[in-house]
Design a protein around this ligand. Structure first.
Ligand SMILES: C[S@@+](CC[C@H](N)C(=O)[O-])C[C@H]1O[C@@H](n2cnc3c(N)ncnc32)[C@H](O)[C@@H]1O
Length: 199
């Protein structure tokens, strides 16, 4: 089988698995996002944080196609192509930071690099809010489907899929603490969690 045939078979399999995945839709209430200027890590795709925070949000993503997909949904936000493991912003450039179902796309090693950068570029009293999901298997494709409820009660239905890797809220917490964050809130549901960490 040629490389392109293998690639297309892989994509068909993923799409098939998406269709088959009859998983319960998670209801995620995003009642608020942090105040002031916010850098949203991995903000492309649906652009949830950009849609809520609009001009207060700088959404960065390492893939232009993810930015292009999200840009028109949150045109008031600032969209930047960048890798969050190494950011060009000066120390304490932003008030606060968010990551909405984006650290699930990173290895633990990369998470730590990203957390270190976030720590550096947010203000002295800055907060880092993370919404993410535990993954208990390290094979196949992990999928999470959700209905996101915005502060104004409008909703968006979306889903995120990634090749499986074991990760959980305790590891995220440890990695945050390793780089200096103080974890203030951990709200752990069955399929997803929310963490509020403070510098
Ligand atoms: C599925 S999206 C997350 C959902 C998105 N926050 C939303 O509101 O829909 C995950 C994003 O994280 C991005 N990402 C993963 N690792 C990254 C990194 N090191 N730097 C920047 N973006 C990254 C991916 O490109 C992808 O667009």
């Amino acid at each position: 089988m040629s490389k392109s045939q293998r690639k297309s078979k892989f994509l068909r399999t993923i799409s098939f698995m998406f269709q088959l995945a009859i998983k319960r839709m998670q209801k995620i209430n995003v009642d608020s996002i942090p105040n002031g200027s916010v850098i949203d890590i991995g903000g492309g795709g649906e652009g949830i944080i950009g849609q809520i925070g609009k001009e207060r949000v700088t959404a960065i993503d390492k893939f232009q196609r993810e930015i292009d997909e999200a840009k028109h949904k949150a045109p008031e936000a600032t969209w930047v192509l960048a890798d969050a493991r190494k950011l060009e912003y000066s120390d304490e450039h932003f008030d606060n930071a968010t990551a909405f179902f984006s650290i699930m796309y990173m290895s633990n090693e990369d998470k730590k690099k990203v957390f270190k950068e976030v720590y550096r570029i947010i203000s002295k009293e800055g907060e880092f809010w993370i919404w993410d999901t535990p993954i208990t298997k390290d094979e196949g494709v992990f999928l999470i489907k959700m209905k996101v409820i915005f502060p104004n009660r409008t909703t968006v239905r979306t889903g995120y899929g990634v090749s499986s890797k074991i990760q959980n809220v305790d590891v995220t917490r440890e990695l945050l603490e390793d780089v200096g964050f103080r974890v203030e809130i951990v709200d752990s549901k069955n399929k997803w969690y929310f963490i509020k960490a403070k510098k």
